[in-house]
Design a protein around this ligand. Structure first.
Ligand SMILES: [Zn+2]
Length: 83
């Protein structure tokens, strides 16, 4: 079972289970430094993505995707992965 893990990039927060509201795609997120990991990837700095980049790619926009959006429009906390 996955256990709570401290963000390896900033060390300031736990890595939380989140998902995209649009299609339920799960991922892990550090809400301090916005590092994102896809489920099944090792939560390591080498695999870290930035939430902004992933959201921009999903929305098909360049640069900052948060013009008219806030986090709850796009992502939401998920129950523990695998629960
Ligand atoms: Zn972090």
């Amino acid at each position: 079972m996955p256990t709570k893990q401290v963000c390896p990039r900033c060390g300031q927060d736990w890595v939380h289970p989140y998902r995209f509201i649009a299609d339920g795609t799960p991922f892990s997120l550090c809400t301090e430094c916005d590092s994102l990991w896809w489920l099944g990837e090792a939560v390591e700095v080498a695999h870290a993505k930035f939430l902004d980049d992933v959201v921009a790619e999903r929305l098909g926009v360049e640069g900052n995707p948060w013009g008219d959006l806030v986090w709850p429009d796009v992502i939401e906390p998920a129950p523990d992965h695998g629960a």
